[in-house]
Design a protein. Structure first.
Ligand SMILES: Cc1cc2nc3c(=O)[nH]c(=O)nc-3n(C[C@H](O)[C@H](O)[C@H](O)COP(=O)(O)OP(=O)(O)OC[C@H]3O[C@@H](n4cnc5c(N)ncnc54)[C@H](O)[C@@H]3O)c2cc1C
Length: 282
């Protein structure tokens, strides 16, 4: 079984700040990490490799320093790593990113057939959750999003059964391979990287593909040229001036506590009381 896992190197959002004047994200000095959601996908892919054998290839589009993120994935157990990197990809939005990654996966598939592609649910910087579905559409793969558990993989029949968390509950879905899966967070626990694996990861080769190596057929679909999205403004939410207030209620009856709460709300929003009376008497 050959599985491709797309991983993105992102700034550690816990350490990001928004510039108070320009409202732009301040990335300087912020450490880069593997997008945390992608690690749930990588772990799931490694579990499938443990079960069925085969190979896990990690794929990233990014600047040269994103090689570090790929090495991290090798230390966890990925077999091959490809960094798609070229100035021509700069300024890519999700449309151009998924086009570039889909082209690279097609190229990987020409070396060895790809049975499954994994992406994270979303990234912690761009946050759009569009790249996975964009890749699936371009490659004509069955798409399984928000997967919480892989129930069964039947290689003879070429099918996979998964649980998918939706708004109304859990769906059980079965589809044909090849497919693209986006894993939900907290669905598994990433294994530790052993010392020998870390040494192997530091020494092994990360393949670097430029736009030609990645099989880009139409250069107008990559980078800024292929990106119709415009980010007009980035801003942090305005902090709330009003502080939460601790209420002391003498009685322990639910009725008294509710009345007390309503009374406090009506004091702050006087028109609400009349609105409520009108609604109830209508
Ligand atoms: C006009 C415009 C210009 C931009 N210019 C730049 C720029 O110059 N440099 C820059 O870094 N960003 C740039 N961005 C941001 C960039 O578009 C997004 O980071 C990128 O498209 C991925 O979107 P996302 O982060 O929302 O991923 P999501 O759709 O949330 O990601 C879902 C999953 O897809 C996979 N994935 C996403 N991106 C990659 C990747 N690059 N490699 C491998 N797997 C991936 C991961 O598995 C991830 O979990 C730009 C955005 C816009 C709109």
């Amino acid at each position: 079984m050959h599985i491709v896992v797309c991983i993105k190197q992102v700034p550690d959002s816990a350490q990001i700040r928004v510039h108070p004047v320009t409202n732009t994200i301040m990335r300087q000095g912020v450490p880069a990490i593997v997008n945390p959601y992608d690690l749930f996908s990588l772990e799931e892919a490694l579990r499938l490799k443990d079960q069925f054998g085969g190979k896990v290839t990690v794929l990233c589009m990014g600047p040269p320093q994103a090689e570090e993120a790929l090495r991290k994935c090798i230390s966890f157990g990925a077999d091959d790593a490809i960094l798609v990197t070229d100035r021509a990809f700069a300024g890519a939005d999700t449309l151009a990113t998924s086009y570039a990654l889909a082209s690279a996966i097609r190229k990987i598939g020409s070396e060895q057939k790809v049975d499954m592609v994994f992406t994270g649910k979303q990234t912690i910087d761009g946050d759009t959750a569009q790249v996975g579905p964009g890749i699936a559409k371009r490659l004509g793969l069955q798409l399984l999003t928000y997967v919480s558990r892989i129930v069964e993989t039947d290689l003879e029949k070429g099918t996979i059964t998964v649980e998918r968390r939706g708004e109304g509950g859990v769906q059980v879905l079965r589809t044909a391979l090849p497919c693209l899966i986006t894993m939900l967070e907290n669905t598994n626990e990433m294994r530790f990287a052993s010392l020998p694996m870390m040494i192997h990861a530091a020494a092994c080769q990360v393949r670097k593909w430029n736009k030609d190596d990645a099989g880009i057929e139409d250069v107008t679909k990559i980078g800024l040229k292929g990106s119709p999205t415009v980010v007009s403004r980035v801003f942090g939410p305005t902090p709330r001036a009003q502080k939460a207030e601790m209420m002391t209620v003498e009685s322990s009856s639910l009725r008294d506590i509710s009345l007390n709460l309503l009374q406090s709300i009506f004091t702050v929003h006087p028109t609400l009381e009349q609105d409520l009376v009108d609604k109830l008497s209508a």
